[in-house]
Write a protein that binds this ligand. Structure first.
Ligand code: SF4
Length: 467
């Protein structure tokens, strides 16, 4: 049975010690030698009531299906890594299931495990025409029309891996909504903007957006494994005419070199991981050699749409360039597969700090219960929920936009109800280039001089007196 992880014994007890570090000392206390048995201790614990209710999830709403249909068919238990330094707790098996590649066989034929694990194969075999989806999903008339009318402006591109997570029968599947053209894309509202964040106007040289004093956005490629239907850079992503060629990259590097105030580089695109390891190694090496450059942030959705891209060689290459921060973009729990877990832990083990930037999307994640499950899974993957973005005013994505009250309701239902690590910052990226503006529910009931009346997550009011 296939496992993306090295095949090793599944439980701790079965793992034989391999070095003196793992030999259990004869002084190590055993449970049976403690002051009582586990059962005796359990009897002493009072049966207190839970502090909160477990909310049942709707069963008739596709947004609340958190694992891909059929995923368990291919799944074996996740295994510890060979040296046992990356143990997998048993409860992970319910939440991180392998992508069901067998569901693609009717359309693509038998896919060998070698091909499936090869990110270049996944790139090459991307589904680019709507009829290639026949047999994978029941393509609707709306999806066909949307493809025909939108492909010239913003291409379709879906990796076989991401396609395998789609629900065949339900066009509202969160994976389908994010990757298959939607009829709503054809509506361009008067308030829509081609460049909603004003990135082009702050471009001193092609491919560099320099808005804030100490950091820049470095555009490295127009390519992505999956073209997200909600992409904010539709104006250039997927368009070969906007490709960052070698001259553009050299000019951008020279700009960064010349501006000693720049200490933080957001390496972006498109998706920079569409470039080869060698190319990325060159770019990161050049940046690392600039004395005033302190950190890089790589903006990538490969962890979500093509986790096979995170090879051991790639992780090893990144080690050379630390500190490296990875900003990724999981939007739904269904995207947290065994393959994605493996990719994240390779990066985390290579020393990367991984943050998630979720975009709030109608029909995908516009409910706090979905976001809570997503954020809990992300933490298990060693990914810190970092931002929730209000869907911006990019052209042709108005069907994804929710009222701001939806975002505030999500934060209201996370803050205090779960660990702070699982509570990201909800922001509106101000149209026209005003930067991120954080929003949160109002916790201030009254403020009078040095006296503040504040409410907590349960609505209880407390007074804080300033000295
Ligand atoms: S990965 Fe990012 S840049 Fe690429 S299409 Fe998706 S949202 Fe746009």
């Amino acid at each position: 049975m296939y496992s993306p992880f090295p095949i090793t014994p599944k439980s701790q007890e079965q793992v034989k010690p391999k070095s003196s570090l793992t030999v259990i000392s004869s002084n190590t206390p055993k449970l049976s030698q403690g002051p009582g048995t586990k059962e005796e201790w359990l009897k002493k614990v009072p049966d207190t009531k839970s502090k909160g209710e477990v909310t049942p999830l709707p069963t008739d709403d596709i947004r609340f299906v958190f694992n891909a249909k059929g995923a368990l068919k291919d799944a074996g238990d996740l295994a510890n890594s060979e040296d046992n330094v990356r143990p997998i707790p048993p409860h992970f098996n319910q939440r991180f299931v392998q992508a069901p590649k067998h569901l693609l066989e009717t359309a693509l034929g038998i896919i060998t495990q070698n091909d499936w694990q090869d990110w270049r194969w996944q790139q090459r075999e991307r589904l680019r025409k709507i009829d290639q989806l026949d047999g994978i999903i029941q393509v609707t008339e709306d999806e066909k029309t949307a493809f025909a009318k939108s492909d010239a402006m913003f291409h379709m591109g879906i990796t076989p891996y991401y396609a395998s997570l789609m629900d065949k029968d339900n066009p509202n599947c969160p994976i389908r909504l994010q990757s298959v053209p939607q009829i709503g894309e054809l509506d361009i509202l008067p308030s829509d903007l081609e460049d909603p964040l004003g990135e082009e106007k702050d471009m001193p040289v092609p491919g560099i957006t320099h808005r804030y004093p100490d950091r820049v956005l470095f555009y490295t490629t127009h390519n992505c494994p999956v073209y997200c239907r909600h992409c904010t850079r539709k104006r250039k992503v997927s368009d070969p005419n906007s490709m960052a060629d070698k001259e553009q990259i050299e000019l951008a590097l020279a700009y960064i070199e010349k501006h000693s105030e720049i200490r933080d580089i957001v390496v972006s695109g498109g998706d920079p991981l569409s470039l080869s390891d060698e190319r990325l190694d060159y770019i990161l090496g050049r940046l690392r050699a600039i004395p005033h450059v302190e950190i890089f942030r790589m903006g990538t959705r490969n962890l979500v749409t093509l986790p096979q891209r995170i090879t051991d060689d790639f992780a090893k290459m990144l080690r050379k360039h630390q500190p490296v921060f990875i900003n990724t973009h999981f939007n739904h729990p269904k995207e947290c597969t065994a393959e994605a877990l493996d990719a994240c832990r390779k990066l985390a083990d290579a020393g990367c700090v991984i943050g998630n930037q979720m975009v709030l999307l109608k029909g995908v994640n516009d409910d706090w219960r979905i976001v809570k499950e997503l954020n809990h899974r992300l933490l298990l993957m060693r990914v810190r929920p970092y931002y929730i973005y209000q869907c911006d005013l990019s052209q042709g994505i108005s069907h994804f936009r929710t009222p701001i009250s939806v975002g505030l309701d999500i934060i209201e239902n996370l803050r205090g109800h779960t660990s702070g690590l699982a509570v990201p910052t909800y922001v509106v990226d101000a149209p026209g280039g005003g930067g991120k503006i954080p929003l949160q529910p109002n916790y201030i009931k009254e403020h009078d001089g040095k006296k503040w009346s504040l409410r907590n997550f349960r609505g209880d009011v407390y007074t804080y007196l300033e000295p």
